[in-house]
Design a protein around this ligand. Structure first.
Ligand SMILES: Cc1cc2nc3c(=O)[nH]c(=O)nc-3n(C[C@H](O)[C@H](O)[C@H](O)COP(=O)(O)OP(=O)(O)OC[C@H]3O[C@@H](n4cnc5c(N)ncnc54)[C@H](O)[C@@H]3O)c2cc1C
Length: 443
C-alpha cells in the first residue's frame, strides 16, 4: 500500500499515475492545496494569481484533456509601476518610458556588465549567464544581479523589488534558482527596449493558460473522477519510518509500504519519530516567506486592462497585484472588477487584517488604480504561510541530504513544499507523475 500525504496537485497527480493500491490523506476538508478558488458575493479568487505556463508537452496534453479543452490561451499583459509610469515586463528589456536618466543608467550598466562578462563575445547574454539548476553554486543572488544586469537595472528594479519580496538580504540568497524564473535578455533586446516598445515576448510566460469559465480549482477537481481512496480531514501528526506507520491527529494509525509526502519538508521531518538529530537540525534551518493575499471586489467595470503589475518601490506596501476578471470574465459579476494584492512577510510577523486592507487600498489610490469613491464590495485576506522557499546557502546543502535520508526510508517528499522548491503547478503535476512511475516499477 502506498500512502500519499496531501491532495494538492502533486499528491493528486501521483494518485492518478499510480498503478498500485494507494490511499490519499488530506488534512483539509477539500482538495487542491494552494491550487484552490473561493467565491464571495459573486467574486471568485484564487490564492493570488494561479496561471498555467507549460514547458512540458505531456503535462500540457494531460491538463488540456482533464479540462476537456476548456482552457483559454491568453497573451500576457504584465507591467512594472515605478517612477510614476508603467513599463512592460520584464523591466530589464523594456525601460522605454522611464525618465531618460534612468534609461541611460540601465543601458550603460547593462553594456558594462555585458562587456565584462562576455569579454566582448557576440553571444547573447543568456547563453553565458545561465546558471545550472541543482549544481552547487557559491554566487550570491546579489552578485548574479550585478553580473547579469549591471548597476542601473540593479538599482532601479532588481534590488528594490527582490529585497521587498524576499524580506532577506540578497547576499544571503543563492543564484541557482534564477535560471528559468528571471528573464535574461540579449543586449539587442535591452537596447531596443530602451528606445521603443517591442519586447513583450521575453521570459517564461509570454502566454499563459487559464480555465475558460471558472477559477483554478477546476484543475484539481478534474482529477477526481480518475482517483479513489481519498480521505479528507486526516492530518498526519506522526510518522514512524521504522514501523512504516502514519498516525493522524484523530488518533488513527495506518501502515504503508512506501510514502509519498507533499507536506512542507520541515513539517515532515518534525513529524518523523525517528529522524536523526542531524536531519532534524538541517530541516529546522530551512526558511520561507509567507504572503498576504488581499482580495478585493470592486463595483466598477474595467479598473485595469492589465493582468498583473509589479511594484519595486517602498512607498507601496505590495510587491505585485493582479486582476482575476482579466483572466476570465466569469470571476467577477457584470459591471465589476476584482483584484489580488500580494504582500510578503517573514518569521510569523503578523499584521492585523484591517491594517493590511487599509494600507493596500491607500497604496492603490496613490497609484491611481482605485478611486477614493470606489465601492469595495469584498475585502478579504488570506495568509499563505508557506508561500516561497528561501534559496539560501543552507537550503542548497540541506535539501539533498534530507531527501537522500528520506528515500532510504521509502519516503518520497515531492511537490513545491515537499521538495522545498520554487516550482509551478505544472512541476507539481510532473513530480507526482515521475514519482508514481518510479513506484510502479518497485516490487
Ligand atoms: C502566491 C503564490 C502564487 C502562485 N502562482 C502560481 C502561478 O501563477 N502558476 C503556477 O503554476 N504556480 C503558482 N504557484 C505555485 C503552485 O501553487 C504550486 O506549485 C502547487 O500548487 C503546489 O502543489 P503541491 O501539491 O506541491 O503543494 P500544495 O498545494 O501545498 O499541497 C499540499 C497538500 O498537503 C496537505 N497537507 C500538508 N500537511 C499535511 C498533513 N500533515 N497531513 C495531511 N495533509 C497535509 C495540504 O493541506 C495540501 O493540500 C503559486 C504559489 C504561490 C504561493
Amino acid at each position: 500500500m502506498i500512502a500519499i500525504i496531501g491532495a494538492g496537485l502533486a499528491g493528486l497527480s501521483a494518485a492518478y499515475h499510480l498503478k498500485k493500491d494507494y490511499d490519499i490523506y488530506e488534512q483539509g476538508h477539500e482538495i487542491g492545496g494552494l491550487c484552490k478558488s473561493y467565491t464571495i458575493d459573486g467574486f471568485t479568487f484564487d490564492y493570488t494569481g494561479h496561471l498555467l505556463h507549460f514547458r512540458n508537452k505531456e503535462i500540457k496534453r494531460l491538463v488540456t484533456r482533464l479540462l476537456n479543452n476548456r482552457l483559454s490561451e491568453i497573451k500576457r499583459r504584465a507591467y512594472i509601476f515605478s517612477k510614476g509610469v508603467y513599463t512592460e515586463y520584464p523591466f530589464q528589456s523594456n525601460t522605454f518610458g522611464l525618465p531618460k536618466k534612468v534609461v541611460k543608467e540601465c543601458l550603460l550598466g547593462f553594456i558594462e556588465a555585458f562587456l565584462k562578462q562576455g569579454q566582448g563575445s557576440s553571444l547573447p547574454l543568456q547563453v553565458v549567464s545561465r546558471g545550472v539548476k541543482g549544481q552547487e553554486n557559491k554566487e550570491t543572488f546579489e552578485e548574479w544581479i550585478y553580473k547579469t544586469f549591471g548597476k542601473g537595472i540593479a538599482k532601479h528594479f532588481m534590488l528594490p523589488f527582490n529585497e521587498k519580496f524576499w524580506k532577506t538580504s540578497l547576499d544571503k540568497l543563492t543564484s541557482d534558482w534564477v535560471s528559468w524564473l528571471v528573464p535574461m535578455p540579449a543586449l539587442e533586446d535591452v537596447v531596443s527596449g530602451a528606445i521603443s516598445i517591442g519586447n513583450k515576448d521575453i521570459g517564461y510566460n509570454p502566454v499563459f493558460y487559464y480555465p475558460v469559465n471558472e477559477g483554478i480549482s477546476v484543475l484539481p477537481r478534474s482529477f477526481l473522477p480518475h482517483i479513489n481512496n481519498l480521505n479528507l480531514n486526516m492530518k498526519v501528526s506522526r510518522i514512524s519510518s521504522k514501523n512504516k506507520t502514519l498516525t493522524f491527529t484523530n488518533g488513527n494509525t495506518v501502515e504503508y509500504d512506501f510514502l509519498v509526502s507533499t507536506m512542507p519538508l520541515p513539517e515532515l521531518i518534525k513529524s518523523c519519530d525517528d529522524a536523526p538529530t542531524k536531519i532534524e537540525s538541517l530541516a529546522k534551518g530551512l526558511k520561507y516567506i509567507s504572503v498576504y493575499d488581499i482580495n478585493l471586489g470592486i463595483r466598477r467595470e474595467g479598473i485595469s486592462d492589465k493582468h498583473w503589475i509589479y511594484f519595486p518601490e517602498k512607498e507601496y506596501p505590495f510587491y505585485r497585484l493582479g486582476f482575476p476578471m482579466n483572466f476570465s470574465k466569469s470571476l467577477a459579476p457584470e459591471g465589476c472588477s476584482s483584484m489580488y494584492v500580494e504582500i510578503s512577510h517573514r518569521d510569523g510577523r503578523e499584521t492585523p487584517k484591517e491594517k493590511l486592507i487599509n494600507d493596500a487600498i491607500n497604496g492603490l489610490i496613490k497609484t491611481g488604480i482605485l478611486r477614493k469613491d470606489d465601492e469595495i464590495a469584498v475585502k478579504d485576506v488570506i495568509d499563505i504561510r508557506y508561500a516561497y522557499t528561501i534559496y539560501d546557502f543552507h537550503r542548497q546543502k540541506a535539501v539533498p541530504v534530507i531527501q537522500k535520508y528520506l528515500e532510504e526510508k521509502g519516503i518520497f517528499s515531492i511537490g513545491r513544499y515537499g521538495a522545498w522548491e520554487h516550482t509551478s503547478m505544472e512541476d507539481a503535476i510532473y513530480q507526482g507523475k515521475m514519482t508514481a512511475q518510479r513506484l510502479n516499477k518497485k516490487a
